[in-house]
Design a protein. Structure first.
Lengths: 84, 84
């Protein structure tokens, strides 16, 4: 189960592109605020495994490579809980 | 440039999973309402080209294979304009 506060603490490296509260800094990147938690976790898992390609997948694979399952759940919980 | 009304008219086959107004029917799928238009267009282009994998990319490639650039722009405009 994801922990929102822990997710926020772990989100610093996400914020440059996706915004501190999930509003992307560039319209080529997705907003994450209010996105479905299960989808966000799946996307992070896919990036980490290298099974998701396209877009910024190379960068995302690098950013997710060291994440644990708990990190992924926490980050998904944090962004899902942000107001779109 | 995307046309919102035309995008709505073309969105029928998207709605089963992503909702008529971009609220996904299953939390494993992403909400599209209020997502960045440029990101949505890029994602559709990547799916169509087959350069995006992971998640439901196989299904998305099938759904996007017949889309024109104008269709993609219209669909991106429609979902970006929906209230999250």
């Amino acid at each position: 189960e994801g922990n929102i506060a822990n997710g926020q603490a772990k989100s610093a490296s996400c914020a440059a592109c996706h915004g501190a509260t999930g509003k992307a800094s560039n319209t080529l990147y997705p907003n994450l605020a209010g996105q479905n938690e299960a989808y966000l976790a799946l996307a992070l898992q896919d990036y980490k495994k290298g099974s998701r390609t396209g877009g910024q997948a190379g960068i995302m694979q690098a950013f997710t490579s060291a994440l644990t399952e708990q990190d992924i759940d926490d980050l998904a919980a944090y962004y899902a809980a942000q107001k779109p």
